[in-house]
Ligand binder design. Sequence first.
Ligand SMILES: *Cc1c(COP(=O)(O)O)cnc(C)c1O
Length: 374
Amino acid sequence: MKLDNIQSFVPPVRTLMGPGPSDIHPRVLQAMGRPTIGHLDPAFVEMMDEVKVLLQYAFQTQNALTIPVSAPGSAGMETCFVNLVEPGDKVIICQNGVFGGRMKENVERCGGTAIMVEDEWGTAVDPNKLEAALQANSNAKIVAFVHAETSTGVQSDAKTLCELAHQYDCLSLVDTVTSLGGTPVKVDEWEIDAIYSGTQKCLSCTPGLSPVSFSDRAIDKIKGRKNRVQSWFLDLNLVMGYWGGETKRAYHHTAPINALYGLHEALVLLKEEGLENAWARHENNYQVFRAGIEAMGLSFKVKEGDRLPQLNAVNVPAGVNEAEVRSRLLTEYNLEIGAGLGSLAGQIWRIGLMGYASNLKNIWYCLNALKAVM
Ligand SMILES: *Cc1c(COP(=O)(O)O)cnc(C)c1O
């Protein structure tokens, strides 16, 4: 790489049908190119307040502490764990894919003990196993799980898992990075205590922000901590002063101003479409995609009923070089799909129909390109 040769970067135009990022809505990209203003400018502060209201709508919650963390989904995950887990706390983690493993990492780095409840990759979290773990660990404080496992294309029953957590006096902590905007997420109805998501999956927005929301119960636990939160940047006691309720806005960090314009626009788009309509669109497009995949003689990894409409795990047929197919789709068709991870590496493709990318034109394009390449 010679410095003299480096010029402006102009990316190729791709169709993004992998596990995220997904295609960005043009109105979001346009919004992000608008003039930057100061992060304490009254006009910006008003926009921040609108983002909070729009996120409350997306999450279906009245939680006052509903904000985007200024960093990607992984930072939203970390925000939940570093604030809620104190040294010595027992946390039950239901793992059925890659992201549950990261939850374990988080708990242990906070000085907590992770009790793992494992289900086979490609299947949903089994509520009976969770209940057995809750009975065996009566001093557990938190139950954490991934609602939509992007690594396998599985959706778990968040409502039932949260109910169980509360029956045993635990807080519920839920990863909805891939579900928010794609399939129902109902924070208040399901009594989720801590939730995080991402902007680059079903919200049709660029990566780099993480919407989070916390119930009053969760905030009580945070305020009653004996130790300070180990992370200064993610300490909600400080972040709350910046995203403020009624109080003045204290400088904490400089918000990613233009990125927030993008999220604001993405959430306005969601409001314009209507949350229920967005869920229905993801479901209907999955049905079309599924018919096409089955007509090609291909099959799905996940059993019907547990499938995510926005992320399809398609079995790689015997004798097909899965990596070569992906690479040819990218170079010949500018089409990105995802590979399997962990124990599913080499066995599946992960084909996303997320947000703006969930449309009939993409489905037609993907099915035909796949057919041509194979
Ligand atoms: C993508 C994803 C994350 C991580 O989000 P980043 O923005 O990549 O940090 C976490 N959990 C799930 C389920 C995801 O799909």
